[in-house]
Design a protein around this ligand. Structure first.
Ligand SMILES: Nc1nc2c(c(=O)[nH]1)N[C@H]1C(S)=C(S)[C@@H](COP(=O)(O)O)O[C@H]1N2
Ligand SMILES: [Mo]
Length: 422
């Protein structure tokens, strides 16, 4: 095998300490030595690392966030949400992952906040105060999934640099604001408009006040969709500072890096936006598939648009024990970028057989969908539950980490949890 254990998502479970006999005997021997029976153990490929051996991970706490959020970096602040904390239909503010590329503004003043629309393809430059925005345009509320393009990066091999997100850089909150379309049309969109680009007020890590932290955007067709918002509320309240107070762009279903926080300016561009983190290797993947570790020229990288189909098991938490033969509920969330999730299946025998789950319709386009199934584990032992979503175009989540790319984007491999019956 060329890419041995990496195909089996080893990094989700830290490597087993391989001293003495364990090295040869492998994971199943470890479990047997620990007195854990392994139903379907004979179906497991060599090199497979059972979740039973998973580390619980470091727990940090940052005021006003849930104490079990995982902090990946504190400057800039990056924190992700453990899967079992994403069990709510609407993600509460304290359980929402944070991805900052720079330093958030310290004390933004909503009363004096203004948004400017300009750019080569704006018919006129306009500046609107927050009050103007709220009074001039109709308000809309949508339930929108925001997933970092690098969610799942930690599982790529060879590893990709950047925040080592596992599964929890995804949220689906209720966003209220005005349509980006209404505001762009207020300024006037020239015929030659191609893209929009946002600018926020966070500051660069270097401390250089003239350096833009990140300025990304979306093609004009995405900007003009009903669900693309300039939002001033999240879950019915002011947006929390970490998530963009007092104003942010929300373009659900696309890499969340397109949803600019602390929004001050939107440029209507006559070409593909070229702000920091739009070019080179940022938020881009090879236009043509490459082998793991292969060098790719910048010119052969393409911008990520819609995120791929994906799902999470949010209950039970990995590592629980259930009574053999007794039914319990397995449930979670599923989403598919611009598309809808059409079907959800789970397996508790390492993918040998699958059962169809109940799947709810999304609350609106670009919202994640709740799913649930009732499971009874047949006999005492160690099980894993694997979850697999299928989108409305028939694409399924892969079982193994797909499509290696230099920066580790778009890992939508199936989520798996460990459950013991006993
Ligand atoms: N101004 C600004 N907007 C930003 C960012 C940033 O660093 N600065 N990070 C982006 C990235 S990469 C992501 S994944 C999302 C994260 O949104 P959240 O922190 O509200 O979850 O915000 C995006 N918008
Ligand atoms: Mo991101």
């Amino acid at each position: 095998m060329i890419f041995p254990t990496t195909l089996l998502r080893p990094k989700q479970t830290p490597p087993i300490r391989t001293g003495g006999f364990l090295k040869k005997a492998g994971a199943i021997a470890v479990l047997t030595a620990a007195g854990i029976e392994m139903p379907f153990g004979d179906k497991m490929p060599e090199g497979y690392r059972p979740l039973a051996l998973a580390d619980t991970g470091k727990i940090h706490s940052i005021t006003d966030k849930h104490p079990d959020m995982r902090v990946l970096n504190d400057k800039p602040l990056n924190m992700e949400t453990p899967a079992h904390l994403l069990d709510d239909e609407v993600t509460p503010a304290d359980r929402m992952f944070v991805r900052n590329n720079g330093i958030p503004p310290e004390n933004p003043d909503a009363d004096s906040w203004a948004l400017t629309i300009d750019g080569e393809s704006a018919k006129k430059q306009v500046t609107l105060s927050l009050k103007d925005l709220k009074s001039k345009f109709k308000h809309h509320t949508y339930h929108l999934q925001l997933e970092c393009g690098g969610n799942g990066r930690s599982e790529f091999y060879p590893s990709a640099k950047g925040n080592q997100w596992s599964l929890g850089a995804i949220s689906c909150a209720l966003w209220t604001g005005v349509r980006l379309r209404d505001v762009l049309e207020y300024a006037g969109i020239k015929e030659n408009a191609v893209y929009i680009g946002y600018y926020g007020t966070d500051t660069h890590l270097s401390g250089d006040p003239d350096k833009v932290v990140i300025s990304r955007g979306v093609p004009i067709h995405k900007a003009l969709e009903d669900e693309s918002l300039i939002a001033f509320q999240m879950n019915g309240k002011d947006i929390p500072l970490l998530h963009g107070y007092p104003l942010r762009l929300v373009t659900g279903g696309w890499p969340a890096s397109t949803s600019g926080k602390w929004l001050k300016r939107i440029a209507i561009r006559d070409k593909v936006h070229d702000g920091p983190k739009m070019t080179g290797y940022s938020y881009r993947v090879p236009c043509k598939k490459v082998a793991p570790g292969e060098k790719v020229a910048k010119k052969d990288m393409c911008i990520i648009e819609s995120m791929p189909v994906k799902s999470l098991i949010t209950s039970p938490v990995s590592g629980t024990t259930q009574k053999p033969g007794q039914a319990f509920e397995v449930r979670g969330q599923a989403w598919a970028g611009d598309l809808e999730v059409a079907r959800m299946d789970i397996s508790y025998d390492f993918g040998s057989t699958w059962m169809k789950c109940d799947l709810k319709k999304p609350r609106n386009r670009l919202a994640w969908q709740r799913w649930a199934a009732s499971v009874a584990l047949p006999e005492t032992g160690y099980y894993e539950i694997w979850a697999r979503a299928t989108d409305s175009q028939g694409r399924m989540q892969p079982m193994i980490v797909p499509g290696w790319n230099p920066r580790g984007y778009l890992n939508n491999a199936c989520h798996r949890i460990a459950v013991k019956a006993g």
